[in-house]
Design a protein around this ligand. Structure first.
Ligand SMILES: C[S@@+](CC[C@H](N)C(=O)[O-])C[C@H]1O[C@@H](n2cnc3c(N)ncnc32)[C@H](O)[C@@H]1O
Length: 461
């Protein structure tokens, strides 16, 4: 039988359909018929579905329940309730609750409320969905509010957004703005000290590559714990100064500290994985992991001795990747809300035209700088800016280095703010991005010591 034939039969004589839905039929016929029924005509008699709700094959029971649900007829409420309690398959039970919810019938309320106690969080979520239709009903509201203490995070989130979120979801004129005194500013000093005086919710995007623990000479920490603690403090401040629902992109990779002598082994530190739990705890939501892939020749070969002796356990692949971990400042608002804060012209002018990276591996050659030992390739910065910011946004790099991200930002008509502790690199930033006033004469690039910056902040209080 074809799909077209099924369609003809379902709109005609229901008895004809009974032939195909007879529980003694082979599974293939039953499955095909149930699956292809599509939308059912009004007054369709669902009696043929009932025996199939006891069919030994889970998929058949599931489709039978789904088709009963399409009928939206309260006479099946009890049947569906029984299935939702007693079917051995949680998928079938879920479908039964979903079908009950879709009826949008007040008589379903007590059944849905009972299902809020189900051990399967997906069933609870289906029941919540069904109950939210009756969001005016005091009893429904009171039952749903109780779920704020539910152990499941998705359920808790839904309830928090529905009943406990105080923040308004309409237009907020300030979202696309940023303080003028931070626009195109480079500050020479310790990022932690500087950020302490930057106001809340000032910036739209942060992209950074922090020091590589003690793998390079510009950073010395007493221990790995001290290093992680430092980054935790910085990223907490970054979170505070980031606008609602905006992004933080962290470029790191596991690093290696070479061995002391042949009697010792080198040590590898999984930096991105160790930082990740801190970020979640402080209110960043994990969004994506993008892998920056470099050509093989650009990385130090770690495999040469293995290639000769070929003995297991000593295998060490050459690392040609770095992570771009993408986080969003946690909020109940959807990305769509963030986009709606911008005017039509800005959204149009910020559209990402041309070819788009379809997958999460970005092949980009590394760049070498005459002064700095570890700089971002311009191309990497441009992609991050295009995908994660709008024109005229204020973007931030706490570990400015040679200033590549700021330079890229300026070239795409974004404002930058960056901090760099080393005098040598601060001078390199000046040389790298200069006084560029082409983009916006109102905000020429400015270079401040911490004291100078402090005065600016005080003056703008
Ligand atoms: C990996 S590099 C960043 C390079 C940069 N992405 C670029 O494209 O040039 C890290 C930088 O952080 C700086 N840094 C280290 N500790 C800092 C601190 N406490 N405050 C500000 N900058 C710091 C280092 O001097 C170094 O230039």
């Amino acid at each position: 039988m074809t799909k077209a034939e099924i369609s003809e039969i379902k709109n005609g004589n229901n008895g004809e359909l009974g032939k195909y839905l007879n529980p003694t039929n082979d599974t293939k016929t039953l499955f095909f018929t149930l699956d292809k029924l599509g939308r059912l005509p009004e007054n369709f008699d669902g009696k043929y579905f009932i025996p199939l709700c006891n069919h030994p094959i889970e998929k058949i029971r599931l489709l039978a329940v789904k088709n009963i649900g399409k009928l939206c007829d309260e006479k099946y409420l009890n049947q569906l309730e029984n299935i939702s309690i007693s079917d051995e398959s949680t998928m079938v039970r879920r479908e039964a609750i979903s079908s009950i919810g879709r009826m949008r019938n007040k008589k379903a309320i007590p059944i849905l409320i009972k299902s809020l106690k189900d051990p399967d969080p997906k069933i609870v979520l289906q029941a919540i969905r069904g109950l939210l239709v009756f969001n005016e009903d005091e009893m429904v509201i009171s039952e749903l509010k109780k779920l704020i203490d539910h152990p499941n995070e998705v359920i808790k989130n839904v309830i928090e957004k529905e009943y406990f979120d105080e923040s308004k979801s309409e237009y907020n004129g300030d979202h696309c703005k940023s303080p003028n005194y931070l626009k195109n500013v480079v500050v020479n000093g310790d990022v932690l000290e500087i950020l302490k005086i930057v106001p809340n919710e000032s910036i739209h995007l942060t992209f950074t590559s922090p020091p590589y623990y003690n793998a390079r000479d510009y950073s010395i920490y007493q221990s790995y714990d001290e290093y992680l603690e430092f980054l935790r403090d910085v990223f907490k401040e970054v979170h505070r100064i980031t606008k609602e629902g905006r992004f933080f992109i962290l470029n790191t990779s596991p690093i290696i500290i070479p061995r002391v002598s042949r009697q010792h082994s080198s040590k590898r530190y999984p930096i991105p994985f160790d930082i990740h739990p801190f970020l979640i705890e402080m209110g960043w939501e994990f969004i994506d992991d993008i892998v920056w892939v470099k050509p093989e020749f650009s990385a130090k070969d770690r495999n040469s001795s293995f290639r000769q002796h070929r003995k297991p356990l000593a295998y060490k692949p050459t690392a040609v990747t770095e992570y771009l971990m993408v986080y969003r400042k946690k909020t109940h608002k959807l990305i769509d809300w963030n986009i709606r804060q911008y005017d039509y012209k800005t959204v149009q002018e910020s559209k990402v035209l041309g070819e788009v990276d379809q997958i999460n591996t970005w092949n980009i050659d590394p760049t070498f700088d005459k002064t700095h030992t570890a700089v971002f390739p311009m191309e990497l910065c441009l992609r991050v800016l295009k995908y994660y910011s709008f024109k005229n946004d204020l973007v931030f790099d706490p570990f400015g280095g040679s200033g590549t991200f700021s330079k890229a930002a300026q070239s795409l008509n974004r404002y930058f703010f960056t901090t760099e502790i080393s005098n040598k690199y601060f001078e390199r930033i000046k040389e790298n991005i200069g006084q560029n006033v082409l983009f916006n004469t109102e905000f020429p690039n400015k270079y401040f010591s911490f004291q100078e910056f402090y005065k600016i902040i005080e003056a703008n209080k």
